[in-house]
Write a protein that binds this ligand. Structure first.
Ligand code: PEP
Ligand code: MN
Length: 384
């Protein structure tokens, strides 16, 4: 026979329901209050979003948010809550507020299914469907934000990427770029530091609350890179590399698919189709310029593709003016143009000390040039 030791004040076996029932009821009441507070917080966030829109202010204020996060961390400490708990909780709250601020449009347009589009039937517009919104950490593409991805062409050292991350964060960037495997024209040029650069990139970004994007060059690398990066880039040279498209798609990570310098828009959409068909719906298209006869710019930025894609596809589209222009002084005007034509964001190269860049030096923005661009353009995108 088993005996139960009963200590004074402790629950008696038969009272389980009474005791735990009462405790559970209190928890449930607290949860309900939390939900009501959350809804109230979201309503206030929406009002803030509206006020910012009217005042044409950026949605994201990195400095204010960092200051607020620090205050919450200190308050959490006094309440016995770990810094990590506070950080994770407020990341979720910030995201909820953000979504309210931007009011994701339910873009069920009257646009018709494009003719002769069976070759990209998953990527094309269908009457009545809504736009695809791709989330990458705190960033969102296709939901009405104008995201600016920034960072160096290549991850050159741990110190360089940390410095770049500080500048990017200060500019309000939520996704840090950096190549670990570089597709260089000459085999004698710097090829990237490979997997160890990915660790540096991930540490630099994640410790500052940012996500990462990096290029995958070979199908065999896709899984290893997907373990460390939040968004996988398929570069312009590889747009039609079918084994690479499939390998990246299968990792389940969102994909940034650059347009090949000689690819038509339909070929580009067919490349996206391979990813969608492999079961990965999270594709962001990236226009980065075409190879033409023109020599004043590195490539010719085809912004008409952004407008044309709005007719053809539900996928979000961003613009890379860095590889198109090839010169830092042309980048800000091209960013403005990308915003005006209705892109969902930008990806730009920025180096903390551009004279020392090992890759694409001429087109690297300085940290203050990047800041100028995000201050001007990281707004809610109101035009569709
Ligand atoms: C890059 O973004 O680092 C890059 C090499 O771009 P693209 O593939 O457009 O040339
Ligand atoms: Mn580059």
């Amino acid at each position: 026979m088993t005996t139960k030791t009963i200590t004074a004040g402790a629950p008696v076996a038969g009272d389980d329901f009474l005791v735990f029932g009462a405790l559970r009821a209190s928890i449930n009441r607290i949860d309900e209050r939390l939900l009501q507070l959350l809804a109230e917080r979201a309503r206030v966030a929406k009002d803030i979003g509206l006020a910012k829109r009217i005042a044409e202010k950026t949605v994201h204020d990195a400095e204010r948010e960092q200051h607020h996060a620090e205050e919450l961390r200190r308050l959490g400490e006094t309440l016995g809550l770990s810094a990590r708990t506070i950080r994770e909780l407020f990341q979720v709250l910030a995201r909820l507020a953000f979504e309210r601020q931007i009011e994701v449009p339910n873009d069920k347009t009257q646009r018709v299914t494009p003719p002769d589009s069976d070759a990209f039937r998953l990527a094309r517009w269908e009457l009545g469907r809504s736009v695809t919104v791709v989330n990458v950490g705190e960033a969102q593409f296709g939901g009405g934000l104008f995201e600016v991805i920034g960072g160096p062409c290549a991850v050159e050292s741990e110190a360089q990427i940390n410095e770049a991350a500080d500048h990017a964060r200060a500019a309000g960037v939520r996704i840090l770029r950096g190549g670990a495997f570089k597709p260089r024209t000459s085999p004698y040029d710097f090829q990237g530091h490979g997997l160890r650069a990915l660790e540096w990139l991930a540490d630099a970004a994640h410790s500052r609350g940012m996500s990462t994007v990096t290029e995958v060059l070979a199908p065999a690398h896709a899984d290893d890179i997907a373990c460390r990066a939040d968004l996988l880039q398929i570069g312009a040279r590889n747009m039609q590399n079918v084994p690479l498209l499939r390998a990246c798609a299968r990792t389940g990570r969102p994909i940034l698919l650059k347009r090949g310098p000689g690819a038509t828009i339909r070929e580009w959409l067919c490349a996206a189709e391979y990813i969608l068909l492999a079961g990965n719906p999270n594709v962001i298209l990236c226009e980065r310029g075409l190879r033409t006869f023109e020599r004043e710019t590195r490539n010719t930025l085809d912004l008409s593709s952004v407008a044309a894609l709005r007719e053809l596809t539900h996928l979000p589209v961003i613009v890379d003016p860095s590889h198109a222009a090839g010169r830092d002084e042309l980048i800000a005007p091209l960013c403005r143009a990308a915003h005006a034509v209705g892109a969902d964001g930008l990806i730009v190269e920025m180096h903390p000390c551009r004279e020392n860049a090992l890759c694409d030096k001429r087109q690297a923005l300085s940290p203050s040039q990047l800041r100028g661009i995000t201050d001007e353009l990281q707004l809610v995108r109101t035009r569709y």
